[in-house]
Design a protein around this ligand. Sequence first.
Ligand code: NAG
Ligand code: NAG
Ligand code: NAG
Ligand code: NAG
Length: 287
Amino acid sequence: MAYLLLTFFFLCLVPNTYSYGHAYTCRSYCGNLTIDYPFALQQGCGHHGYRDLLFCINNVLMLHISSGSYRVVDIDYAYRSLTLDEPHMSTCTSIMLGKQGNGFVVERWREPYLSPMVDNVFMLLHCKAESPLFQGFSGKHLPCRNVAGMGCDEYYGCPAWSLIGTGSAYGSGPPQCCATAYESIKDVNLTRLDCQGYSSAYNMAPLRLAGPDKWSYGIRVKYSVQGNDTLFCKACEATGGSCGYHVNDFSSLCMCGSWNSTSNCDSVPSASQRRRSWSFMVTGMDP
Ligand SMILES: *[C@@H]1O[C@H](CO)[C@@H](O)[C@H](O)[C@H]1NC(C)=O
Ligand SMILES: *[C@@H]1O[C@H](CO)[C@@H](O)[C@H](O)[C@H]1NC(C)=O
Ligand SMILES: *[C@@H]1O[C@H](CO)[C@@H](O)[C@H](O)[C@H]1NC(C)=O
Ligand SMILES: *[C@@H]1O[C@H](CO)[C@@H](O)[C@H](O)[C@H]1NC(C)=O
């Protein structure tokens, strides 16, 4: 009950704190995460490259792309990155085989806006010898390499591997684990790559010597917005607007409360825009 009251108190408090100007029309929250430009939970808010991407379900922020749903653990607006997690990803304490994992595949049109970071390692587990991973490379297992100091040899040191066994490293057959970066293989599609499972890790520690039990397991994804879209949004927010897009043609919009601008809220609304919001108000007042 106390918790409910507290939540209610915050729900009342938060919008009031930000009620000056219109800059916060689109900002929202999910659990303890702030959803801000270029992301949004509402249609027409944020940048169109991130439309239909985030969903807040029972205060848990979920990201949805072609390969499936992921929990958003963190959004780092300073580093322009998202940290994702999903239950079927292997970690240092559990190896999940059976092709249940999502991997990471993003819609083609969304690729310029969202992709795993260069220092995020994907470790593909129990891939078939016929896997495209091992085809078309002259050397042995060429796409398999360490990424930012993280690789399978280190990963084999995790307790979970003592249960499965790593096989003989120099025997015949494909390696039990192949570490690689997203750029080397693009889509991490377990079906296409013919792998049984995967893990993904990134290293937040300043030193790269920490063992695999110190790596962070999850997918670190960078997001990028075109330079002039960022400028457009800065100008819009500086004039008290909220950045959004037109739901029909995805052109950038600056939402200025009662009207939408194609530049910023200091620009004079065109006659047609004024008429539209006026007639909207009149219809709104009809009994
Ligand atoms: C947000 O909440 C989650 C658990 O719900 C917690 O693990 C995380 O540390 C919190 N993050 C911040 C920045 O408070
Ligand atoms: C402004 O644009 C948003 C997003 O497309 C839309 O939801 C809203 O209705 C528009 N407002 C006006 C006054 O046209
Ligand atoms: C993964 O690859 C399979 C086989 O090539 C394909 O049918 C499937 O659509 C792909 N999945 C995604 C999410 O792209
Ligand atoms: C962004 O750049 C493109 C191409 O350079 C241009 O057509 C467009 O008008 C620019 N948008 C803004 C808001 O400046």
